[in-house]
Write a protein that binds this ligand. Structure first.
Ligand code: ATP
Length: 305
């Protein structure tokens, strides 16, 4: 295997694109010390994410994608190298300043139910980051939560329902609304649709894409599903054994992958999963009425009128 990063044209360095970079990782390593020995999860990774773009992060299980995501969010320090967010070296900020920066970067997880507070209503879930960051009073937080729920296509009529009363796709919408509460610049999406039905995946992806445009968000999109990444990412970084082996604009990477590992990954996966997401039968409507599901028996749901 060639062990150098292949960069296409202006994939990382070169002219600073319009608006510049929101995140830059420079020579980042992460080593976990375990009883079984050191695990070198991320090796000398350098990459940048431009303001307003969607960067896809792909690679096989264990290649270091989630570790890289946590490093970029400042959730743990790199063993060496630097991560810069919005011009600030994350290793240099602590306490209140770190809290302020963290509000600017939010995560959307694979399992929405696991990421929501089950005993809080969905509006209380969405308002929770505002409460934690002492923004507004209870009334104004609830009002904002309802606005956010509406924005992501959840009918505010169900604001007082609990997460378990919603389908997986609707739970993910609630989780996205909560991630937006503090008006982040970055949404780090770690396999945000892989627990959802294929038809629902397309709707949630369309929602993320629309929010990116309307709110000027920057997205890092981690996925095993190359077809999804091909459709939604502006650029793609390919990770293998902790390294970013190739980074390129999406079309370029899919049309002419240069690194042997990328070629292998595309050859192995594309014939099977190429474009598995049907376009939604009707275009996604942000304000469409979404009726929550009620579980009447384990795994058996009915729509609430
Ligand atoms: N906290 C940790 N302690 C020890 N090893 C870890 C820890 N977190 C991750 N690793 C190891 O680091 C490597 C990269 O893991 P990581 O979860 O970043 O990969 P990934 O590409 O996100 O995988 P997946 O697609 O399965 O989520 C793996 O070998 C993993 O076992």
């Amino acid at each position: 295997m060639v062990d150098v990063t292949v960069e296409h044209d202006d994939a990382r360095t070169g002219a600073d694109g319009a608006g510049g970079y929101l995140i830059t990782a420079d020579g980042v390593d992460k080593v976990f010390s375990t009883r079984a020995g050191d695990v070198h999860a991320v090796r000398d990774v350098s990459l940048s994410v431009r303001h307003g773009e969607t960067l896809g992060l792909v690679g096989e299980s264990g290649s270091g994608k989630s570790t890289m995501a946590r490093l970029m969010m400042g959730l743990m320090p790199p063993t060496s190298g630097t991560i810069t967010f919005d011009g600030v070296d994350l290793s240099a900020v602590h306490g209140r300043e770190m809290r302020r920066l963290r509000a600017r970067m939010q995560m959307v997880f694979q399992n929405p139910y696991g990421s929501l507070l089950p005993h809080y209503s969905v509006s209380a879930n969405v308002a929770e980051p505002l409460r934690l960051h002492k923004r507004g009073d209870k009334e104004s937080r609830r009002k904002r939560a309802i606005e956010l729920l509406t924005m992501v296509g959840v009918n505010p009529r169900f604001a007082d329902h609990y997460p378990r009363q919603f389908s997986g796709g609707q739970q993910q919408r609630v989780a996205i609304a909560r991630a937006l509460a503090l008006e982040p610049k970055l949404l780090m999406c770690d396999e945000p649709t892989s627990s959802l039905d294929v038809s629902i995946q397309a709707q949630v992806l369309a929602l993320l894409d629309e929010l990116r445009t309307s709110l000027g968000l920057t997205l890092v999109f981690i996925s095993h599903n190359l077809a999804v990444v091909e459709r939604f990412a502006d650029r793609v970084a390919v990770m293998c054994l902790g390294q970013v082996v190739e980074i390129a604009p999406t079309e370029v990477l899919f049309d002419s992958p240069r690194h042997p590992y990328t070629q292998q990954l595309l050859a192995a996966v594309l014939p099977v999963t190429k474009d598995p997401l049907p376009a939604p039968a009707t275009p996604w409507q942000p304000r469409a009425e979404v009726l929550p599901l009620r579980e009447v028996a384990p795994g058996h749901f009915v729509r609430e009128a």
